[in-house]
Design a protein around this ligand. Structure first.
Ligand SMILES: [Zn+2]
Length: 336
């Protein structure tokens, strides 16, 4: 069916119906001898309408999105759909299976592997498949993350600005419909999934669920409601009429993100909660030396004013570890 990739899609993408199957990734290494790794995929194809893509598990240790997409597959009926909905709950399946950020097969980070190359290992092959096979048939898409286990983040949407203003506007409309309280504004031109989608002129956003892969009901519901609003906005999902309204999204400028790093090994006692507003020069927290317990703790300060957007999850840190990041607030007029 898709001869331009070594991945074989075994669901009949173009036939009406609810199809559950796999993207079969051919692999041959010490563990997999001429084997197929079946990456699960669900396709709901029901008449006229857009083709919309949603994935999770690009980073295998970010679990909430993987759960939300599985629930979508379980809950949605074919009659809820108008068009074609493509759902991939654990895109980097080898990483998801071992709950790791990068693939155990080649140590590659899937979200740094785009546009991908079908001859550069399994992770790059997955990226290549999306760029060359799946995205060209899509009208909109998004990829779900949840900040992993090392760094805590609030619920965030990601929007990459593209030189094509109309494309950025359409992606921004997705962001507004998704309706998380905060969004990070980045610049296209990197090696992420959204960069590849935007290069193909497909409106696309990413999201970080709050909760660092925990199974707390509140962030899971927040994420589920947001994905459903996104799907309704694209037109692929009929409006169930009972979704909570989107939040007014505060935009944070990731392009000028600043970070505080530990100058030496120790334990960090942070001074602020996530999303607190801070000023340049404010004390970000105190670093207590690991070895020299009689040494005065070191006050680490913020290099710039902004909002606390990321914090190291663990108190213990090594020299050079990021302990907290901030980004300034901007308005939609600054980006559109
Ligand atoms: Zn991630």
């Amino acid at each position: 069916m898709f001869s331009q990739s070594p991945i074989v899609c075994n669901v009949p993408m173009d036939e009406p119906g609810r199809h559950i199957g796999s993207l079969d990734l051919m692999t041959s290494d010490n563990t997999h001898y001429y084997s197929v790794i079946p990456i699960p995929i669900a396709v709901f194809n029901n008449g006229e309408g857009p083709t919309v893509y949603v994935s999770a598990g690009t980073h295998g240790n970010e679990e909430q999105g993987q759960l939300v997409v599985r629930r979508l597959i379980a809950d949605l009926n074919l009659s809820d759909i108008q068009g074609r909905l493509i759902l991939i709950p654990s895109l980097n399946l080898p990483a998801a299976r071992v709950s790791a950020r990068v693939s155990p097969l080649d140590d590659a980070n899937l979200n740094r592997s785009f546009p991908g190359d079908a001859r550069s290992g399994p992770t790059s092959t997955i990226a290549h498949f999306l760029t060359n096979v799946l995205f060209p048939i899509c009208d909109a898409g998004m990829d779900l993350h949840s900040a992993g286990r090392e760094a805590g983040m609030p619920a965030l949407t990601y929007l990459g600005l593209n030189p094509d203003k109309e494309l950025t506007k359409r992606s921004y409309e997705l962001l507004k419909a998704f309706g998380f309280p905060h969004a990070m504004i980045c610049e296209d031109g990197g090696d992420g999934m959204d960069d590849s989608a935007h290069a193909l002129k497909i409106p696309f956003i990413g999201a970080e669920f709050k909760g660092m892969s925990s199974a707390d009901p509140a962030p899971l519901k927040q994420g589920m409601d947001a994905v459903l609003r996104f799907l309704v906005h694209t037109g692929v999902l009929k409006d169930p009429g009972n979704l909570p309204p989107p939040a007014e999204t505060v935009l944070l400028d990731h392009r000028v993100l600043t970070s505080v790093r530990a100058p030496n090994e120790g334990f960090f006692w942070p001074a602020h909660e996530m999303l607190d507003e801070v000023k340049a020069g404010d004390v970000a927290g105190m670093l207590y030396s690991f070895d020299e317990i009689g040494r005065e703790p070191t006050a680490l300060t913020y290099p710039a004013s902004g909002v606390v957007t990321m914090r190291r999850t663990h108190a213990r840190c090594a020299a050079g570890d990021l302990v907290v990041s901030t980004a300034p607030v901007i308005t939609s007029d600054d980006i559109l």
